[in-house]
Write a protein that binds this ligand. Sequence first.
Ligand code: SAH
Ligand code: SF4
Ligand code: F3S
Length: 457
Amino acid sequence: MEQKTFFIKTFGCQMNERDSEIMAQSLAGYGFIEGMDMYAADLVILNTCSIRAKAEQKVMSLLGYLRKFKEKRPDMQICVAGCVAQQEGARIIERMPHVNLVIGTQNIYDLGALLEKSVSQGSQVVTGLKNDYDIPRFLPEIALPENSFSATSPALSSRFRKFVTIMQGCNNYCTYCVVPYTRGREVSRKVKDIVDEVKVLVNSGIKEITLLGQNVNSYGKTNQVDPSNAKYAFADLLKDVSEISGLARLRFTTSNPKDLTDELMRCFRDIKNLCAQFHLPVQAGSDRTLQRMNRKYTVAQYLEKVDKLHEYCPEIALTTDVIVGFPGETDEDFAETMNLLETVRFHGSFSFKYSDRPGTRASQFEDKVAEHVKSERLALFQKRQDEISIERNREYLGKVKKVMIEENDTTGAKGRTETNHIVHFTEPLSSAPGDIVNARIFFAGQHSLQGKIENQH
Ligand code: SAH
Ligand code: SF4
Ligand code: F3S
């Protein structure tokens, strides 16, 4: 019998990418293989993101487009997963009756059974969110052949770098953010499940792990993660994972500055394989805006943490997220965000125009900022960030950096520094992908560096 093919299109954050990988693995158990063409697949899964209105619109327009293919091949199954699925539920089927299954963020582990049910009983919507959700134990099967490429999740098809989810949901309720509604209450995975998963990955050749959660700093706060230690916190997890033999590099994302403890910051000094790179979203540079965002820290507190991080790890590369045009943001407030950028000189940042999201407190605020003002502020911020990024990159000129090789062929090679900068080599290297080499940086561009192998004598 010919095997059925699936295609997963992933939108949004790394948590979604990880979830796509889990869905892909469980589909293999139901006799599916991954196809390379979405429009020819027997099963199409859109793993969706709802963080800004644009992200949601993209999903709806792709769903509309898929209708034509489904009309030609009525056996084609279409499943909507992820944050838009969680948020919209049955409304998706009302608007898009060709959708077979709408599956919420906590239900992906039941995907196979739910698909079978949708075949026998018609379209299904399963979007329950439990307050006492326990993330199922899940062990990855790594069977990626050499140079494999996964259309489901190109970022995850790396044979050397993987993401491991350590928690789900968020309890912070930043006033602009939809995540607490789409991912539910915060719950941390058991230490043992995480450590076992990382061991499986490292034993199969993975060299770099990124621990994932919406706010990893509060790991272990809402449920006990270690049966013998009620105080087990994220810094403990970092230490335990870092000691897994064979793990060359460890990273994590994302952190809310309000929960960033001194103990966690010291990990950047004390844990040798924890990379000197930190994504610490600030969102705004004005205390008034931060308060209305419900971020629970001030600019001064943020800057204090930045100083501490530099003290513990002078080479640390900091990146951030910024929202411009939050309701009520004045020219003065925005000027303070620009000041903060000048003060910290982030290596890079992701910046967004504020977008109203359903159910959030900020969507009820009345003092919305005009679209053209948001656009102007975004352009100003991004222009200055680009200039700073290139200046930051130039600081590496002439220096020797450790680079983990990701690709190497006859035309050249590519890898990453501990600070997460991409380094290109214009000549092929004798090292294999996954190796860590010393490279002297001789060129710094906007988005990447160029290096030459530094021979060790
Ligand atoms: N948990 C992470 C953020 C995840 S969402 C944290 O707390 O830092 C990723 C980024 O999207 C956020 O940092 C924020 O900058 C942006 N974002 C979230 N909601 C938004 C909205 N309604 N409009 C614009 N940007 C938003
Ligand atoms: Fe959203 Fe705030 Fe939670 Fe981050 S910490 S996911 S921005 S509510
Ligand atoms: Fe998007 Fe959901 Fe992630 S809203 S950013 S996919 S948690």
